[in-house]
Design a protein. Structure first.
Length: 289
């Protein structure tokens, strides 16, 4: 068992990262997961032993947990049966299991009913999967005028770019709004530019103070609210007026709340919610609720 741990650490641990610091991150993630799943009043409030103490990152279809423990994952035939559960993280992409440390550090919040698909780097790495998903994506583009990409920041960037290009081949004006929570505007812009995202979902309910609420409306509203008396810089020549092209922030679809947020009445009194809705309606960006 010790030899397997050493192999695992050698395979995934990058230079400059010590085993004690890695272990501290792992234990911290496990502790946070336990609190959310079993203790916190705003968490899931599971009971033990009906639920495992930690989420299972890997599963074998058709086998019980006891039967899975009998598998020898070092054996090729047994190892092929093991599937990785999909999930989400804040910020880091988990598109490539061979390079990400998120699973090793137990930072992935698992969806127990979803398996991670292995696309590889190009269609030739998994021809059937790419053909199947291309057909599915194009069928959706024929039936709908817009897509919402859930957990976009954990979607393989090259995969999203490829399939959205195929979808826009079917419907050129397809509107794509994405749940993009990288915590870094530069990373956001890379996803937006490569995938051609029209809007990023932003949640007004996360504002913890009136100051933060105003900052969000100002920031995502392109800093120019409805009814503003300020003017764009316009250059006039003999033929036509030309508006100066100015840098802009990634376009937002600002919502008062989404399905990921708690009930607003758990966070605010009714007058606050009415005021937030009014501020949302005044923002110069796409809005949703």
């Amino acid at each position: 068992e010790t030899a397997r741990v050493v192999k695992l650490v050698d395979a995934f641990l990058p230079p400059g990262i010590s085993y004690p610091s890695l272990l501290e991150k792992v234990l911290g993630a496990i502790r946070g997961g336990l609190m959310y799943r079993f203790v916190d009043g705003s968490g899931l409030r599971y009971s033990f032993p009906e639920k495992c103490l930690v989420e299972r990152y890997f599963k074998v279809p058709g086998l019980t947990l006891a039967e899975e423990t009998q598998l020898d994952v070092n054996n090729v035939d047994d190892g092929r049966q093991v599937l990785t559960c999909n999930g989400w993280t804040m910020g880091e992409s988990i598109d490539d299991m061979s390079t990400t440390q998120a699973y090793l550090k137990r930072e992935v919040v698992i969806w127990g009913d979803s398996i991670k698909l292995r696309y590889g780097q190009c269609p030739s790495d998994s021809p059937w999967l790419w053909r199947y998903m291309e057909r599915y994506t194009c069928d959706m583009a024929r039936g709908f005028h817009g897509f919402r990409i859930d957990n976009c920041h954990n979607t393989p960037l090259h995969v999203g770019e490829y399939f959205l290009r195929k979808a826009r081949g079917v419907r050129s004006n397809l509107y794509v709004v994405a749940e993009l929570f990288t915590g870094d505007e530069a990373v956001d812009k890379r996803y937006i530019n490569r995938m051609g995202l029209n809007s990023c979902i932003r949640e007004l309910l996360n504002a913890e103070s009136p100051l933060r609420l105003g900052e969000q409306v100002y920031y995502y509203g392109e800093s120019r609210p409805c009814g503003s008396f300020s003017t764009h810089e316009v250059v006039t020549n003999s033929d036509e007026d030309v508006m100066t092209l100015l840098p802009s922030r990634p376009h937002a679809m600002l919502t008062d709340q989404t399905h990921d947020n708690p009930c607003p009445f758990d966070l605010h009194p009714v007058p606050n919610i009415l005021a937030m809705s009014a501020m949302l309606a005044s923002a110069k960006c796409s809005i949703g609720r």
